[in-house]
Design a protein around this ligand. Structure first.
Ligand code: NAD
Ligand code: TDX
Length: 337
């Protein structure tokens, strides 16, 4: 069996990847290491409890006593674990430095002493390039992160590269665009706006709503990671973009249309400080390996809206019962406009 360690596997992309990996690779045994922060949900992996090829470990990537032995036993590490919400990083950045930078260092340091390790995937992000007014970012472009989340991820991205350059840890770095799909914690724009619209609550759109994001279905992301584990070159970086660039306003309209809710639910609110205007990725390097996104955006968005509509038992307890969610929401959305 191939021993695979997935960090952050109880989160959005991680849980989709764990399911994908177990389905696609009958010879993989997957260990998920996750701290179960507010964004990590044990129920995202509950259906795997009876699967002998999956094991869940509750722990912190920044704790070497827990993390290092798991890394040293692995042949493949896919490192998703991170604090991931830009808005939270703007309220308080400490946990982003601790997990995204220091936590990544703990894993990489253990990877130096992992005798069977053949691939360490560092999950970075398109945000490391900063705002891109025109054209598309290539992997060799300068990194210009502009918020504490993006800067933490850029630190981890380059730290991972340094462990290849210095110690030949077989690192592959990926920079994906905005993901959408099932099981995303309902404070990022897609699940927040879908669940607010279902409840006839206002959709808080930042600024003029004309910031552009490029949407990647999480299944296409998982397939890209699979390919890079098999064929990515150590020390190299690969962009993963969906090729679905839309303004936030257009995205919001499409969500409202699908739920048959009026545009009057759109509520312009104070802009995000330093809000990156546009991201765009050149994905030629990944496409040359044979990948292309398969999920048509219209279809994928309809399926995602349907997933939230059909799985209220997943998100309603978070919105209704979680003190932390409501406290965050109140703090984030009652700033002066
Ligand atoms: P998420 O917030 O849904 O999940 C993060 C997971 O990491 C959670 O399960 C959480 O409990 C876990 N975690 C946090 N701190 C931890 C720690 N110290 N130790 C162990 N586990 C910890 O995030 P996501 O959207 O699934 O993102 C996953 C990765 O992909 C992140 O590295 C993120 O930067 C990157 N990424 C995300 C997107 C996106 O659009 N969501 C796009 C590009 C890159
Ligand atoms: O309430 C909102 N209103 C709004 O207008 C929220 C939460 C967001 N927005 C805007 C800000 C962005 O332009 O929507 C866009 C998307 O925002 P987020 O969902 O917070 O994502 P983003 O900041 O683009 O970052 C995401 O993509 C890159 C992920 O959260 C990161 O983890 C990933 O690295």
């Amino acid at each position: 069996m191939v021993e695979v360690l997935v960090t952050g596997g109880a989160g959005f992309i991680g849980s989709n990847f764990v399911h994908h990996a177990l389905d696609a690779h009958p010879d993989w045994r997957v260990t998920t290491l996750d701290k179960l922060t507010y964004a990590g949900r044990r129920e995202n992996l509950q259906d795997l409890d009876a699967n002998s090829r999956h094991r869940f470990v509750h722990g912190d990537i920044a704790d070497p006593a827990v993390a290092a032995p798991l890394v040293r036993a692995a042949e493949i590490v896919v490192h998703f674990a991170a604090e991931t919400h830009v808005d939270r990083s703007l309220l308080s950045a400490g946990e982003f430095i601790r997990t995204d930078v220091h936590g990544t260092f703990v894993l990489l340091d253990a990877a130096r002493e992992a005798p069977r390790l053949r691939c360490f995937v560092q999950i970075s992000t398109d945000e490391v390039y900063g705002s891109v007014p025109e054209g598309a970012s290539r992997e060799t472009d300068e990194l210009r992160p502009r918020n504490p989340y993006a800067a933490s991820k850029a630190g981890a991205d380059r730290l991972a590269y340094s462990y290849w350059a210095s110690y030949r840890v077989p690192v592959v770095i990926t920079r994906a665009s905005n993901n959408y799909g099932p099981r995303q914690y309902p404070e990022k724009i897609v699940p927040l706006f879908i669940t607010n619209a279902i409840d006839d609550q206002p959709l808080p759109l930042y600024g003029d709503g004309l910031n552009v994001r490029d949407w990647l279905h999480v299944d296409d992301h998982c397939r890209a990671l699979d390919l890079l584990i098999a064929r990515g070159r150590p020390g190299e970086t690969y962009n993963i973009g969906g090729g679905n660039a839309v303004t936030n306003l257009e995205l919001t309209r499409r969500i409202l249309d699908r739920l048959d809710r009026p545009a009057s639910l759109i509520r312009p609110v104070a802009d995000r400080p330093g809000h990156d205007r546009r991201y765009s990725l050149d994905t030629a390097k990944l496409r040359a390996l044979g990948w292309e996104p398969r999920t048509d955006f219209e279809t994928g968005l309809s399926a995602t809206v349907a997933w939230y509509a059909n799985n209220e038992s997943w998100w309603r307890p978070i919105r209704k019962d979680s003190e932390a969610y409501r406290a965050y929401y109140a703090r984030q959305y009652t700033r002066p406009g």
